[in-house]
Design a protein around this ligand. Structure first.
Ligand code: HEM
Length: 508
């Protein structure tokens, strides 16, 4: 027994010392980086500890993490330096600096912390290294051209009408609209980009909870160093929760993939196989095209396709659904703006005609409302990139190996670029107003070559859902001011207390 304890103690101290020296070694190795960067200031009021840097200021939940990021970014028109363990991050907020970073080939790589997004979001466009990303992006982008997007609008409208109908049972009471909207956007992405029907709006499945929980957990791992170690995380309560939500979501993705593969093979058989591959290639949806590339040219492996399905299901639906949630809250807070949206929608669609793709460009005021909502509530509030080569910026240099935090939330609320920034004014997006702004002062879809892959898809989907709901219901919310909405960093910007609304049927 004594022998056993001695042995255990020996290995315990060995492990502790190895960890200690590894940390010191990594710290010393990176110290050159720190020296080089001393010229950029550190943010005021943020505690710094030797070896740990500013890491301890991020120890908290996702609301706390969001508020800390906000504190780091506040009023910093020039980069500041934050040290998380051995790694240095620079905040960027000035539109010109945003333009330089987002367009530089030296900053196309996603930050290493995005590896924690892979279990939920998949190893797809969003987080893959630049080499493979270029090839995937080149193949994928044409599957979202305007003609294809226009052909999706009937599905958006059908699913929005179904949502409006499902919400009839909630009329007159306050409830959280998030799950209903999220299921609608999931179904829209499934039926259009994937070409598969899941009937999720009318089912009781827990996919939305899985995605929400998964997003919270991956954000904790990214920012809160306590959750970084794989070993400790997987043994913890959070690790068990992650296992459950990931496997639940992954099963859903597998079902979509398998169903589409069956449909695709069936279609090929009906069209007599090989001879019709060329004809198939003229067809639309994203998933079908990837399958065709895989079968005819061996370009995408099955695993790569499944990962992209995972990425697009979340990148396409959780984003658009969250934006719809924020738009409904804003319309509830500003009834006079809601009235103008309603009048425009009624003018164009009348009492009960279903929305068509031709209608969307005419819903101009609604589009400004959506853009103004995304200014105040950009769903990518803080985006991280990796600096792969020294990058000159603001008369200094962001050194190779450091990270950049693009502070889009703070930029969108800066009085330097938006007069009375906290006021909700859709008119800011009148063409003459927009043209006066720096093009990188508005980054709801990010910018540069690695921007969002579906901005038009997103806007069209959000407009269709909001127009359909507003024509049928007057929306109220418990919030009196948008400043009262508590927010969290859950990879995306989300509210802490959901999206409480009350729907009152219109007697039009
Ligand atoms: C209103 C809705 C949406 C908003 C506000 C939004 C916003 C964003 C933002 C801020 C990024 C991060 C870009 C960066 O890291 O610099 C992003 C990336 C991405 N988005 Fe969207 N998005 C929306 C809808 C969509 C839709 C509908 C799709 C697909 C159907 C989509 C697919 C993607 C993909 C694949 C990426 C990763 C792009 C890459 O790294 O190449 N998004 N989006």
């Amino acid at each position: 027994m004594n022998n056993f304890i001695q042995h255990a103690l020996y290995w315990y101290w060995n492990l502790v010392l190895t960890l200690f020296f590894t940390l010191i070694f990594r710290y010393v190795l990176r110290s050159k980086l720190t020296e080089d960067t001393n010229t950029f200031p550190t943010p005021k009021g943020l505690k710094y500890y030797p070896l740990l840097g500013h890491s301890l200021t991020f120890l908290g939940d996702t609301e706390y993490i969001f508020n800390t990021l906000l504190q780091v970014a506040s009023n910093n028109n020039h980069p500041v330096r934050v040290q998380i363990l051995h790694k240095t991050y620079y905040t960027v907020m000035h539109p010109h600096h945003m333009e330089v970073v987002l367009n530089s080939p030296k900053c196309l790589e996603k930050d290493a912390l995005y590896k924690y997004t892979i279990p939920l979001i998949g190893y797809g466009l969003f987080n893959m290294p630049v080499g493979i990303w270029r090839v995937h992006r080149k193949h994928i982008m044409p599957t979202f051209n305007q003609k294809i997007l226009d052909s999706f609008v009937d599905i958006f409208a059908e699913q929005s009408n179904l949502l409006a109908q499902i919400l009839e049972r909630k009329v007159g009471i306050y409830f959280d609209v998030e799950e209903y909207v999220a299921k609608c956007t999931l179904e829209c992405v499934a039926q259009t980009a994937m070409g598969v029907t899941t009937n999720i709006q009318t089912s009781d499945c827990e996919i939305v909870e899985y995605v929400n929980k998964g997003m919270d957990l991956l954000t904790l791992r990214m920012y809160n160093v306590v959750h970084r170690s794989d070993l400790i995380f997987h043994l913890s309560k959070h690790g068990k929760q992650e296992e459950k939500v990931i496997s639940g979501f992954y099963n859903f993705i597998q079902q979509i993939f398998k169903e589409k593969r069956e449909l695709y093979r069936e279609m090929l058989k009906q069209k007599h196989g090989e001879a019709n591959i060329e004809e198939v290639s003229k067809r639309k949806a994203f998933l079908e095209y990837l399958m065709e590339l895989s079968e005819s040219e061996g370009k995408f492996t099955e695993d790569e396709i499944i990962n992209e399905v995972q990425t697009f299901m979340i990148a396409g639906s959780d984003t658009s659904g969250t934006v719809v949630g924020f738009v409904l809250l804003c319309l509830g807070i500003y009834p006079e703006i809601q009235k103008k949206v309603y009048e425009e929608v009624f003018d164009i669609l009348g009492r009960d005609r279903s929305l068509k793709s031709d209608d969307l460009p005419h819903l101009k005021y609604l589009e400004k409302v959506v853009k103004e909502t995304m200014r105040l509530f950009p769903i990518g509030p803080f985006i991280l990139r990796q600096v792969s080569e020294d990058l000159p910026l603001a008369n200094k240099v962001l050194p190779k190996g450091s990270g950049v935090v693009l502070c889009i939330y703070s930029l969108h609320r800066s009085p330097e670029y938006y007069k009375d920034p906290l006021e909700f004014k859709p008119e800011r997006f009148n063409p003459e107003e927009s043209s006066k702004r720096h093009p990188y002062a508005y980054l709801a879809f990010s910018g540069g070559p690695r921007n969002c892959a579906g901005p038009k898809f997103g806007i069209m989907l959000v407009k269709t859902i909001v127009a359909t709901l507003i024509r049928k219901y007057h929306v109220e919310t418990t919030y009196k001011r948008h400043e009262d909405i508590r927010m969290k960093q859950s990879l995306l910007l989300k509210t802490v207390l959901g999206y409480p609304v009350k729907l009152i049927p219109r007697d039009n």
